[in-house]
Design a protein around this ligand. Structure first.
Ligand code: PEP
Length: 226
């Protein structure tokens, strides 16, 4: 199975920087057999019309359009031919108050519209220290359809995101094999993945979701080559 390599730009890179990056990356990945996704910041979204990269949305409200100040809705994604979305990222949950219920509503809506859905889950340090992480992960998945054939699960332990401390191979394998007992969806890993650890992580996962290290095109391309 080809590996999934996804870059989450979060609120970084402006429109000019994003469009230069995407054009360059699209020409670089011509020979790669990985599936490459980029999630640009919302205001730097571009049409999903690249040959070798799929553009996804980091966030979207679960409506076609309407009175939702500050949100983008399906109509905006449709215009850009975007049919991939990231849901339930821990920053959306923790900084913007998105509960499991809201994430599940988004999931249902975008499932109905046949989107490819990256659904993020991951425990915090306290849960891991209490050895409750597997139960916690199962609970985070309990409100969504794990049989949806366009689902990709991103296992992203919160303590590993943006900290420079990635989960160990053993920790990733334990969570991944448990998740594989719940679903046939690909399980990718995110949390301080970079050009130095990507190769090892890709041996034990179906792919990677990369935050800060994806902002540098040379580093990100190196991960794709791995
Ligand atoms: C993320 O937030 O999805 C992520 C994986 O971030 P980083 O790679 O910076 O840890």
């Amino acid at each position: 199975m080809s590996k999934i390599i996804a870059g989450n730009f979060k609120s970084n890179l402006n429109r000019t920087q994003t469009s230069q990056y995407l054009q360059k990356l699209d020409s670089l990945v011509q020979t790669s057999d990985s599936k490459v996704f980029i999630f640009p910041s919302i205001s730097s979204m571009v049409e999903n019309n690249f040959k070798h990269i799929t553009i996804g949305a980091q966030n979207c409200h679960y409506a076609l359009n309407g009175a939702f100040t500050g949100e983008v809705t399906l109509e905006h994604l449709n215009e850009l031919n975007i049919n991939t979305i990231l849901i339930a990222h821990s920053e959306r949950r923790n900084l913007f108050g998105e509960s499991d219920e809201i994430c599940a509503k988004k999931f249902e809506f975008f499932k109905e519209h046949n989107f490819e859905i990256f659904y993020c889950i991951g425990e915090n340090l306290e849960t891991r220290n209490n050895k409750n992480e597997l139960e916690f992960l199962a609970n985070q998945l309990s409100k969504i359809d794990l049989k949806y054939d366009k689902l990709i699960i991103a296992y992203e332990p919160i303590w590993a995101i943006g900290t420079g401390i990635n989960a160990s191979a053993e920790q990733i394998s334990k969570s991944t094999s448990y998740l594989k007992s719940l679903t046939n969806a690909p399980i990718i890993y995110g949390g301080s993945v970079n050009e130095n650890n990507a190769k090892e992580i890709l041996k034990i996962s179906d792919g990677i979701l990369v935050g800060s290290a994806s902002l540098n095109i040379d580093k990100f391309y190196q991960m794709i080559k791995e």
